[in-house]
Write a protein that binds this ligand. Structure first.
Ligand SMILES: Cc1cc2nc3c(=O)[nH]c(=O)nc-3n(C[C@H](O)[C@H](O)[C@H](O)COP(=O)(O)O)c2cc1C
Length: 194
């Protein structure tokens, strides 16, 4: 399945037996999600570290993976892979690998790793960009997230039993309460015209 398959299934009519998510699972929010405005998502996203003890639906996860796989990558080689950590023992090891940040045991834990074997040169940006796309997609789907960059790479690799180097951990779930976006600097402080 390709990323585009996910979206085309969602847009498909009810007669399509491959309608995704399956008809009986199709949530009422689906129409809203399909109409999502990217700027709204960006302006309202807020990091969140307290998650409800509630599972994230598989179809939302698949959309998040699809979004990650649409990110631009160096040479188009898609030099990254994602570990979807479900095992509670491995989650615990990731908490320890992330300086004991407890929320790293979130309902959904994704580790974005570089995979240099897919690309001639090592571009860590591939994994970073993919994680950013996944983070925005998660918010568009009504979830919340926190990006974990403070990690001991070697401990993460040991926990995952991989030789792929991690770029970041993305923790996702339903927010315990809605937080307002953090204020950002004025755009005049951002831009240097030369
Ligand atoms: C590269 C990077 C590393 C980060 N590392 C951590 C981290 O280890 N732990 C954490 O709680 N938040 C981490 N964050 C989340 C930031 O604290 C958060 O994005 C920042 O406070 C701005 O808040 P906002 O995301 O709500 O705009 C990280 C974010 C980025 C982009």
């Amino acid at each position: 399945m390709y990323p585009s398959d996910i979206l085309s299934r969602m847009y498909a009519g009810e007669k399509n037996t491959k309608l995704y998510p399956k008809k009986e699972e199709a949530p009422s929010e689906l129409d809203d999600i399909l109409q999502t405005n990217l700027f709204n998502v960006m302006l309202n996203r807020r990091s969140q570290r307290k998650f409800e003890d509630r599972e994230v639906e598989d179809w939302k996860l698949e959309m998040i993976f699809a979004a990650a796989d649409t990110a631009p990558t160096a040479g188009g080689f898609q030099g990254f892979e994602v570990y979807h950590v479900k095992n509670p023992d491995v989650k615990l090891k990731l908490v320890q690998a992330a300086n004991n940040q407890p929320y790293v045991s979130a309902p959904v834990v994704l580790v974005f790793c570089m995979n240099p074997s897919r690309v001639k040169m090592n571009f860590p940006q591939d994994a970073t960009l993919a994680a950013a796309y996944a983070q925005l997609a998660a918010h568009a789907l009504g979830l919340t997230s926190v990006w974990i960059g403070m990690i001991d790479e070697h401990k993460v690799m040991q926990a995952l039993v991989t030789d792929l180097v991690p770029g970041c951990i993305l923790c996702l779930g339903y927010a315990q309460k809605t937080l307002h976006p953090k204020p950002k600097r004025k755009l005049t402080e951002l831009i240097n015209e030369i």
